[in-house]
Ligand binder design. Structure first.
Ligand SMILES: [Fe+2]
Length: 206
């Protein structure tokens, strides 16, 4: 059953939305079932579950995108980027598992279908195997920075509704995205191959 996130109006008044608090439809955000008596109001739990569902959807999308780039990266930095993308999609795999389990811990049901993930996600997919617009590391960098901004906003909101456990978890995820962004930024800002050098003309494919 689809539900409208009751917190959408209040969160949309805080300026441009990035990440998990963006004005997107929410699903299965009901968190007031029996057995969840951890000192938080049902309304707060429902709001936090909604944020976690969007976070989970974005992590899944970014996982698939990073895996796509791991498979299809080309150019003089193939080996390094191939490995870096593998390291990062493994980190994203852990994050999305922890996000889904956090949803269960506070009484929600984790989204588990690709259609719902695509409906909830705030990131954009890259269709096709080749990355034709920009470099792969730059595309992923933008996504991780988007996630870090969203997690910062979400963590602050969790604190306001006194969900300190989720706030701690989300803060950790924010830091993970900040670090992955740093790694990607370091590649994105490296010197470009000079015209006429053996690697010239290949780096644009990555
Ligand atoms: Fe592989």
């Amino acid at each position: 059953m689809k539900r409208q996130n009751s917190q959408t109006p209040s969160t949309s008044s805080t300026g441009p939305q990035t990440g998990v608090l963006a004005d997107q439809p929410a699903m299965q955000t009901e968190a007031s079932g029996p057995g969840v008596d951890i000192g938080l109001e049902a309304k707060a739990l429902t709001e936090v579950v909604g944020g976690l569902q969007r976070m989970l959807a974005d992590e899944v999308l970014l996982y698939v995108k990073t895996r796509n780039f791991h498979w299809n990266v080309e150019g003089p930095d193939f080996s390094e980027l191939h490995k870096l993308f593998e390291t990062q999609y493994e980190q994203l795999d852990e994050i999305m598992d922890e996000a889904a389990e956090r949803i269960r811990v506070i009484g929600g049901y984790a989204t588990g279908s690709m259609g719902e993930f695509l409906e909830l996600a705030t990131l954009q997919e890259v269709p096709g195997g080749a990355c034709t617009e920009g470099r792969m590391e730059e595309r992923l960098l933008a996504d991780h920075e988007h996630m870090a901004r969203g997690m910062r906003e979400f963590a602050a909101r969790c604190g306001k509704v006194n969900d300190l456990g989720t706030q701690d978890f989300v803060t950790g995820v924010m830091q993970a995205h900040e670090k992955m962004a740093w790694m990607l930024r370091s590649y994105a800002r490296r010197p470009m191959a000079r015209p006429g050098s053996p690697s010239a003309g290949l780096s644009g494919n990555a």
